[in-house]
Design a protein around this ligand. Structure first.
Ligand code: ATR
Length: 326
């Protein structure tokens, strides 16, 4: 969401418009379900976004949210499979835990080492596996399996392009954070041809571990665990600093002032403008928050479950309204 160039009023206008009535089709015995599992999950915006998307596609499906403690994730996934859920999204703290619980991993889950989207698939006899979302209602599959995907990594690249007109090839990035989200972002950027990555993390060893992994897997990308001496093309915040108004900035402005970066992306989307984004605006830098990344991990998940193009603009509006206008 590129809101600083557009201004809040214009941004709001862009996102206004009717969100489909998610109750237009009543729940009945044919209704199919998908859900997000998190712990906690109370603040998830995914149900609002996905239910609007499902309604726009005219599907008799619903998207729910469940608070699942990590030690019960396996049971919850098995329960969802038994109840013929179409699919599941996983959020903190389940994305790594779920990896060994999958029956099969898509190349995206293998490459980025995390699962945020599960598609349940069924088959009868030795026929090919079919996504349960596309399974004919008249028939019951004999077997069901969980197929794990990662849609977070590609969503970052798509959001950077859409919100900042920023492409990774040949560019340099100062990446703040080497936790789960930071590691995936670093690997995805390196895989997309970023020339130079600078990694900063409170726990330096974690940044070192990510640097080593990148050097092994993407030797064409230079990595330093330090602040850059020269300007960079992008600062990307993948830490949780900024969620609270009392948080310090995720970078040391004395070591690296914001005017030395071409653009700033903050994966945080609530609040709409973090202290880092506010500082970027004051420094006159193009900046965007993480709503676009949340949107596109969701639109891709919906496509994986339905086999149909996602109604992106409907989902964008529903997400924006839920997060900022509610
Ligand atoms: P996620 O899956 O969202 O990335 P995470 O793996 O817990 O969550 O990572 C959180 C990130 O925010 C990490 O980079 C973390 O730094 P550490 O690796 O040192 O824990 C960073 N972070 C969280 N709280 C922080 C704080 N108070 N100061 C600096 N960095 C912080």
């Amino acid at each position: 969401m590129l809101f600083f160039c557009l201004g809040f009023g214009r941004q709001k206008a862009l996102h206004s418009g009717a969100v489909p009535d998610v109750f237009a089709h009543p729940i009945d015995a044919s209704t199919r379900y998908c859900a997000v599992f998190g712990f906690p999950v109370r603040h998830s915006a995914s149900p609002a976004m996905h239910n609007a998307g499902l309604a726009a596609l005219g599907l008799n499906w619903r998207y729910l949210a469940f608070s699942v403690p990590p030690q019960q994730l396996k049971m919850a996934l098995q329960g969802a499979a038994v109840m013929r859920f179409v699919g599941i999204n996983l959020t903190v703290p389940h994305k790594l835990l779920a990896l060994p619980m999958m029956d099969v991993l898509d190349s995206s889950a293998k490459a980025w080492g995390a699962v945020n989207t599960v598609r349940f698939e069924g088959r009868t006899g030795d026929r090919p596996w079919q996504p349960l979302g596309q399974w004919s209602e008249a028939e019951e599959p004999e077997q069901v399996r969980a197929h794990g995907f990662n849609t977070d990594a590609d969503a970052l690249i798509r959001a950077l392009d859409e919100d900042l007109r920023w492409q990774p090839e040949g560019r340099s990035v100062l990446l703040l954070g080497a936790g789960g989200a930071g590691r995936v972002a670093a690997l995805r950027l390196a895989a997309s041809g970023v020339r130079q990555l600078y990694l900063i993390n409170r726990t330096r060893d974690k940044a070192h571990a990510v640097a080593v992994e990148i050097q092994q897997r993407y030797p064409g990308c230079k990595v330093s665990v330090d602040y850059p001496m020269e300007p960079v093309d992008l600062i990307l915040n993948a830490t949780s600093l900024g969620l609270k108004s009392t948080d310090p900035l995720p970078l040391d402005l004395e070591r690296f002032p914001l005017h030395r970066s071409g653009a700033v992306y903050d994966m945080i989307y609530r609040p709409m403008e973090t202290a880092l984004l506010e500082a970027a605006r004051r420094a006159g830098r193009p900046a965007a928050n993480g709503l676009g990344m949340l949107l596109h991990q969701g639109t891709r998940a919906l496509e994986i479950w339905t086999g149909r193009p996602a109604p992106v603009e409907v989902m964008r509006r529903a997400l924006w309204e839920h997060v900022y206008a509610a």
